[in-house]
Design a protein around this ligand. Structure first.
Ligand SMILES: NC(=O)c1ccc[n+]([C@@H]2O[C@H](COP(=O)([O-])OP(=O)(O)OC[C@H]3O[C@@H](n4cnc5c(N)ncnc54)[C@H](O)[C@@H]3O)[C@@H](O)[C@H]2O)c1
Length: 472
């Protein structure tokens, strides 16, 4: 009896009319979390996320989500099956949707014209063509992916080409969340940016999207601009953030030559309210799927418009990042008597930053490849990124993957700290020192640890932008 009743309630719930149907194409690091937050905050909207990757969708529908983000799982579980759905049936969902977010990836081209710099827009174009082929009713198409400025024009041209009568209104709504704090960033955004076309239908579409965000974002945080400003703002925002990291890293190099301490310099400089303290932490360099690609795309765009000097200016941000990674490896090599052959190095952290499993373009990957070229043996420790590390690194005899840092350091000559996970701060370094080969080295690529305490234990300590503390 009870079961029948529950069954009927569920049936009624599933037939419930939703106010609007939102679809997101692309169930990745952006599509999954953003749509989860929208579903949480807007129970009257049906939110569906589709992807061509069946394993990804299966994972979103399972207990083991495909990505790690603080607070994500609870939020998925609270909405999944109610107003949040994950599916591979792209065509059916396109047809039913009122608002379609496009959150497919936009990597850097690896072939042909602009290889290594321009944005590879094939996934965006395929998505647009699919929408055009399937849609029978008007839709709002929202660019969530990061795109080159004026991409909306291309999108509109594809969507409205041929005999097709269906009209689409394109909005730009770039995502500013950062991995590791994605949920927090989306629930409490600094701003939501909506770019729209200045026409009656453009304004209606803009308002429709604003109504979604107004469910939890205060009105004053919604910024509306023209489409091109919105598209460009996302690239510029990433370029400025990365530029600050490269700026302070360049100063770290100077500190190492002059006995100035980059942490002290950054603190003094960042206290100036015109500058501020964020993104002024020197380290082994930035990583992640966005910074490098977005700066290169920006530089390529500048070059396309004949702005060669501007392009070179932004490219230098990336060049400095590569330089910083290279400097870290060189420091390890030089400190350890110019040979790493057969020496075990415990690499603390592989994700591109803490609190994420994402390893795309992580400095750790480059560092590992350099160290392997020197014939070092590696033991890689990371709380969430080991599966990704395994797929990225060569299936080589010289690499171990370890969850337990105390096992990873057994017989190691050095520790290279590459990701500032909190768990590395509070380890028993006395015990670690006693179980390592001597002389024991620590290279703190994120200035996370207490260097004086480590030196007192007996380690030779090398940090970024600080004088080394060596017993040798
Ligand atoms: N990751 C971030 O921190 C971040 C932050 C802001 C903006 N962005 C931007 O958001 C976009 C997506 O980034 P991401 O990190 O989520 O990428 P991702 O690679 O994690 O996800 C993209 C997904 O799109 C799917 N896909 C590709 N083509 C498809 C198609 N035709 N139909 C259906 N699905 C398709 C892929 O299978 C993949 O699962 C990029 O433009 C990126 O620059 C990323």
């Amino acid at each position: 009896m009870q079961n029948n009743f529950e069954h009927s309630v569920k049936k009624i719930m599933s037939l419930k009319e939703f106010k609007k149907k939102i679809l997101c194409i692309g169930a990745g690091y952006v599509g999954g979390p953003t749509m989860t937050v929208i579903a949480n905050k807007c129970p009257e909207y049906k939110v569906t996320v589709v992807d061509i990757s069946k394993p990804r969708i299966d994972a979103w529908n399972s207990e083991e989500l495909p990505i790690y983000e603080i607070g994500l799982k609870e939020r998925v579980l609270s909405s999944r099956g109610k107003n949040l759905f994950f599916s591979t049936d792209v065509d059916k969902e396109i047809e039913e949707a009122d608002i379609i977010f496009v959150a497919v990836h936009t990597p850097t081209k690896t072939f042909g014209e602009g290889a290594g710099r321009a944005a590879d827009l094939q996934f965006i174009e395929k998505t647009a063509r699919r929408i055009k082929a399937v849609a029978r009713t008007p839709k709002i198409v929202v660019e969530k992916s990061t795109l080159p400025v004026r991409a909306a024009e291309t999108l509109a041209t594809i969507l409205h080409s041929g005999e097709h009568e269906v009209r689409f209104e394109i909005l730009s709504n770039p995502e500013f969340m950062a991995e590791g704090t994605a949920i927090q960033d989306m629930e409490h955004p600094d701003r939501i940016l909506i770019g729209y076309n200045e026409s009656e239908s453009g304004r209606l579409a803009r308002d429709e999207l604003m109504n979604v965000y107004l469910n939890w974002v205060p009105r004053e945080k919604l910024i509306t601009t023209n489409l091109w400003s919105s598209e460009l703002s996302k690239l510029v925002s990433n370029a400025f953030l990365a530029q600050r990291i490269s700026s302070i890293n360049s100063i770290a190099a100077l500190c190492e030559e002059t006995e100035a301490d980059v942490v002290e310099v950054a603190n003094a400089v960042g206290k100036d309210s015109r500058i501020g303290s964020k993104f002024l932490r020197a380290g082994v360099g930035f990583g992640g799927s966005c910074f490098r690609k977005d700066i290169l795309h920006l530089a390529y765009l500048c070059e396309y418009y004949g702005l060669i000097e501007v392009a070179r200016f932004w490219e230098q941000v990336v060049t400095l990042n590569d330089y910083q990674i290279g400097r870290f490896v060189k420091q390890i090599l030089q400190a350890m008597f110019n040979t790493l052959v057969g020496k075990k190095i415990a690499l603390f952290g592989y994700a591109f930053k803490p609190d994420t499993s994402d390893t795309r373009d992580a400095p750790a990957g480059y560092i590992c490849h350099h160290l392997l070229k020197e014939k070092a043996k590696l033991s890689i420790v990371d709380p969430y990124a080991l599966d990704n590390a395994r797929t990225e690194l060569p299936g080589d005899e010289g690499i171990e993957f370890e969850k337990d840092p105390y096992k990873a350091i057994q017989g190691a000559h050095a520790i290279a700290l590459v990701t500032e996970w909190d768990c590395f701060r509070d380890l028993d370094y006395k015990r670690i020192f006693s179980e390592m080969e001597k002389p024991a080295f620590i290279f703190d690529g994120r200035n996370l640890l207490n260097h004086q305490a480590l030196f007192d234990i007996g380690f030779n300590v090398y940090a970024v932008g600080k004088p080394p503390r060596s017993h040798l």
